[in-house]
Design a protein around this ligand. Structure first.
Ligand code: ADP
Length: 294
């Protein structure tokens, strides 16, 4: 279960402040929240924020995934079911087909959909709703589309302290409730700045403790669970190490790296690279990926 109140969201301080104001204003105006665009690597809380927004407005949220939207009908069928102030979350919004994106623009602009019936055209008016678009590739969204969002934020990686709090609270609320604060810190340092990784690693360590009948999840047990899974003290997995070992001081395309490592291009782009790029352990140039020059 994700946090359900904005006040429970750890991190993203400025965005949370902006959203608080938007919520207060929307409630006073008795209007839906503005459309919100969130960009950043996976696992940083985009879906969670969309759920929180709907909850704060006393409305429902509906989740769509861009790659599952093949045509206008796939997109508009859920749009027609929205009620006033509902939140429609579209993950990887940059992947939706152009015609569907154009329909979405009309709906975003004035809650109106222009429909072509058998022998006439008509505009269908919809209740005001909020689109929360999420993307890991902002560069693939056309400028006019980005402009339609009233709020646009880039989500950044979390600090160790923030992740420690997320892990500790998660364990108390939804886990076995036996983690030490130091152990939460040890997991946080290996979470690659990402809450989703933090929760996954927490659950792995929890299984380890349960399987060994350990009453407490402490640093020693976390270290042992991580060692079994090949996760190093910085949180890098065998896949990360394979990728780093494949890099050279000559730029290489993603296809070459995929062939060399056996990892799919999407795994490389979405799971492996974001944190390594941020850490400066790989550099992206127009000619490909390269080791940083020392
Ligand atoms: P995204 O949509 O960006 O891929 P999610 O919203 O699915 O990320 O978040 C991944 C996990 O991390 C979820 O289990 C969520 O509960 C947790 N999480 C994300 N952001 C936060 C946060 N700011 N505070 C607490 N937990 C969070």
């Amino acid at each position: 279960m994700a946090p359900i109140k904005l006040a429970e969201i750890v991190g993203h301080t400025n965005l949370v402040k902006r959203l608080e104001i938007a919520i207060l204003a929307a409630r006073k105006r008795k209007h839906a929240l503005p459309h919100i665009l969130l960009d950043g690597p996976p696992g940083l809380g985009k879906t969670t924020l969309a759920r929180v927004m709907a909850n704060e407005m006393g409305a429902s949220s509906f989740m769509l995934s861009g790659p599952n939207i093949a045509n206008i009908e796939n997109l508009m069928a859920p749009v027609y079911r929205l009620s006033f102030c509902d939140v429609l979350f579209i993950d990887e919004i940059h992947t939706i087909p152009q015609l569907a994106a154009e329909s979405l623009l009309t709906v975003m602009e004035n809650s109106r959909s222009d429909e072509l019936f058998d022998d006439f055209a008509a505009s269908v008016y919809l209740p005001a709703f909020t689109l929360v678009g999420a993307t890991t590739e902002l560069g693939k969204l056309p400028g006019p589309f980005i402009d339609r969002f009233g709020i646009h934020a880039t989500l950044d990686f979390y600090t160790i302290a923030q992740l420690t709090n997320i892990i500790y609270n998660y364990d108390k609320q939804q886990g076995d409730g036996n983690i030490t604060y130091a152990a939460a810190g040890t997991i946080a340092r290996r979470s690659l700045g990402t809450p989703r990784t933090a929760i996954k690693l927490h659950n792995m360590c929890q299984d380890y403790c349960l399987a060994h009948d350990l009453a407490e999840m402490n640093v020693k047990h976390v270290d042992a669970a991580m060692a079994i899974s090949g996760i190093d003290t910085n949180g890098l997995t065998t896949a990360h190490r394979r990728y780093i070992n494949a890099l050279t001081d000559k730029p290489q395309g993603i296809g070459t790296l995929s062939a060399k490592t056996g990892l799919s291009t999407s795994t490389i782009e979405l799971t492996i690279e974001p944190y390594l790029l941020r850490q400066g352990r790989v550099v992206r140039t127009p000619r490909g990926r390269v080791l940083p020059s020392i």
